[in-house]
Design a protein around this ligand. Structure first.
Ligand code: UDP
Length: 414
């Protein structure tokens, strides 16, 4: 039963939180909400939508999720957008821009009826951003939800993208640092994890041991772990360098677990570079996992002593949240959404170099009490700020605030 789904959260968050969700959803019951992104598998956006849609529906909303698909040139173009919006100097050429626009036009035609009729449309990231101008008849409110670290975007690519997103009714960014000059309301809403998902639920100790055995990882020797797509902004080579420096003084194993996303064409090349950099070190485990390896990732995150997310740019970093939920201190790159989660010296450490990361790895392994303390604080921070229920509350509030016909007030407390 759908409503049972919501009830299950009462065991994790205060029942009050669930009651608030029901009240906020009341004026939105029956509203049609469509989310569009570019992949059902791989990466944080898909991870969230898989959980957000059923939860919205359990509250009586009519939420659905579609994806825009294209040929390899389309993904090449949108990955170049992604890289440029995160600060790289190179944008796509004219040919790729035409492919982008044509693909959006085709998909807008395909979903035109659904989107035209929706009360709220959430367009995620640049891939389907041009839809808005390509659907002539639309009755609802349109929201551009940007998940990328756009703190210092490439100017010319942002100028191009702004042309497509300016007319939306609102946009959402994960951090105040990412807000951009746009002529509409901007909301700051950080992402979240689902504590009930296979990725995050409690699992028996035997399952963790089984995963260690499967990959021949020594369960006794300390483990550091980074889980991410093989992407240059996640700095996997920097992680290997950090491990190399730290392992000169402490016995250590490094697990780099990743996989591809169907909208990310650069993963294979980065994976090749990572394997080369690992130089067949028997204490480095490079795991190229299928997109549904949620229980495996859950076990790896629980088995790790310390989790790294050494990103150079990071929209939010769900992998950070996932690790913190499992009471792991995170050593994270001092970038984007990691700063929101890793409170330096409190829930983990922010670092800017492999040397810095190695120093913190050694410190935590030598101070197990601190490691535990930081992990517990990390768990608390996630419980209070980064669970799906808070995320949904923010989305509901946003929809109510955009709905002009909404009159009166909603009582959230008794
Ligand atoms: N993930 C996964 N398999 C992988 C790599 C990542 O399931 O091989 C998941 C990871 O657990 C997290 C999400 O994909 O839930 C990545 O989100 P994040 O915000 O960390 O990074 P993004 O890939 O969106 O940049």
């Amino acid at each position: 039963m759908e409503t049972d789904l919501l009830k299950r959260y009462e065991d994790i968050v205060n029942p009050h939180v669930v009651k608030q969700l029901r009240r906020l959803a009341e004026p939105l019951r029956g509203k049609k909400i469509v989310h569009i992104n570019s992949t059902k598998e791989g990466g944080g956006v898909a991870e969230i939508l898989h959980k957000m849609i059923p939860l919205m529906n359990s509250l009586g909303l009519e939420a659905s999720w579609e994806i825009i698909e294209g040929n390899p040139d389309f993904y090449k173009c949108t990955k170049t957008f992604h890289n440029a919006l995160q600060g790289l100097s190179e944008g796509p050429g004219e040919d790729l821009l035409r492919v982008y626009e044509e693909t959006n036009k085709k998909a807008a035609k395909k979903f035109g009826g659904l989107l035209g009729d929706a009360d709220f449309v959430f367009i995620h990231d640049p891939q389907p951003a041009a839809f808005f101008n390509m659907i002539p008849k639309k009755k609802g409110k349109w929201i551009w939800r940007c998940h990328i670290d756009v703190s210092k975007p490439n100017r010319s690519v942002w100028r191009y993208m702004r042309k497509w997103v300016s007319d939306y009714h609102a946009s959402i960014f994960s951090l105040p640092d990412f807000a951009l000059p746009l002529p509409h309301r901007q909301y700051i809403i950080p992402p979240s994890i689902d504590p009930l998902s296979d990725k995050n639920k409690e699992i028996p100790a035997e399952d963790i041991i089984e995963v260690m055995n499967k990959f021949n990882v020594d369960p006794v020797k300390p483990i550091i772990l980074q889980v991410s797509r093989f992407d240059k902004f996640k700095d996997p080579i920097g992680v290997i360098n950090s491990y190399r420096i730290a392992s000169k003084q402490v016995p250590l194993q490094l697990i780099l677990a990743g996989g591809g996303a169907s909208d990310d064409p650069e993963g294979a090349e980065i994976l090749k570079q990572v394997k080369l950099a690992a130089e067949d070190d028997p204490n480095i485990f490079i795991l190229d996992l299928p997109p549904d390896a949620h229980l495996t990732i859950n076990a790896l995150q629980r088995a790790a002593d310390i989790v790294l997310q050494k990103s150079i740019k990071e929209g939010f970093g769900l992998t950070v949240t996932e690790a913190m939920w499992k009471r792991k201190p995170v050593i994270g790159g001092d970038a984007g959404g990691i700063r929101l989660q890793v409170i330096n010296h409190y829930t983990g450490f922010l670092v800017r170099s492999p040397e810095g990361a190695a120093l913190r790895i050694r410190y935590l392994l030598h101070h197990r009490d601190k490691l535990q303390e930081m992990g517990n604080r990390a768990h608390r921070l996630v419980t209070e700020n980064f669970l799906l229920t808070r995320h949904l509350r923010d989305y509901l509030s946003l929809m109510i605030s955009l709905n002009n016909d909404q009159k009166g007030s909603i009582r959230l407390y008794e």
